[in-house]
Write a protein that binds this ligand. Sequence first.
Ligand SMILES: C[S@@+](CC[C@H](N)C(=O)[O-])C[C@H]1O[C@@H](n2cnc3c(N)ncnc32)[C@H](O)[C@@H]1O
Length: 216
Amino acid sequence: MDIVNPALDDYLLAHCTPADEILRDLVEETHERVPDFPTMQITHDEGEFLTMLVRLTGAETAVEVGVFTGYSSVCIARGLPAGGRLIACDVSEEWTSIARRYWQRAGLTDRIELHLAPALETLSGLPQEEFVDFAFIDADKVGYPAYYEALVPRLRPGGLIVLDNVLRAGRVVDPAAQDEADVAIRKINDTVTADARMESVMLPLRDGVTLARKRA
Ligand SMILES: C[S@@+](CC[C@H](N)C(=O)[O-])C[C@H]1O[C@@H](n2cnc3c(N)ncnc32)[C@H](O)[C@@H]1O
């Protein structure tokens, strides 16, 4: 199922702040080197959306779960102020080695800390206090419920968690779609909606994006 009418895809991309040369090169290199492209990397309009959310929330400390080759981390880190910090979680040395080169090129290495380990280990090892302003979850779908539960207590009141792929190309409403990832995404979608600690909205941006804000 197309969440957005394909006839509108190019129009949407053409009516958002254009990607700079660094992001365009990153897309091209990812396309060449990673056969799973384009399903893994976020699109440019979503990247702009992340930068804007980070700026609008005034976030200084961010967490990303799922770096891949670095598109979303560049977009998040660019929204942070000087002295800001992005805790970036992934398990792939190969893919994040590409990300690291682009962080360098974009002048963002001072604000991105890469943690190469299963994300739940990294998140569980973070201080158990409310210090995170912004988080983006875009890793293995089965892990979403656990990543969310690890992040909410560490989120500052007013802080934002953004979850990607919450519509799974429409599989969330297909009763025949019952793989582990489908079940996990339905579970996290229901959990977020019912979570009294949070207020949330699900948007039909690309494959579906949920914004969940911790009540202040
Ligand atoms: C969809 S991609 C992320 C795309 C990225 N946000 C971007 O904009 O290009 C998912 C990433 O999650 C990572 N991942 C999968 N399982 C993980 C885990 N248990 N812990 C941390 N990262 C994981 C994969 O290595 C992969 O790089």
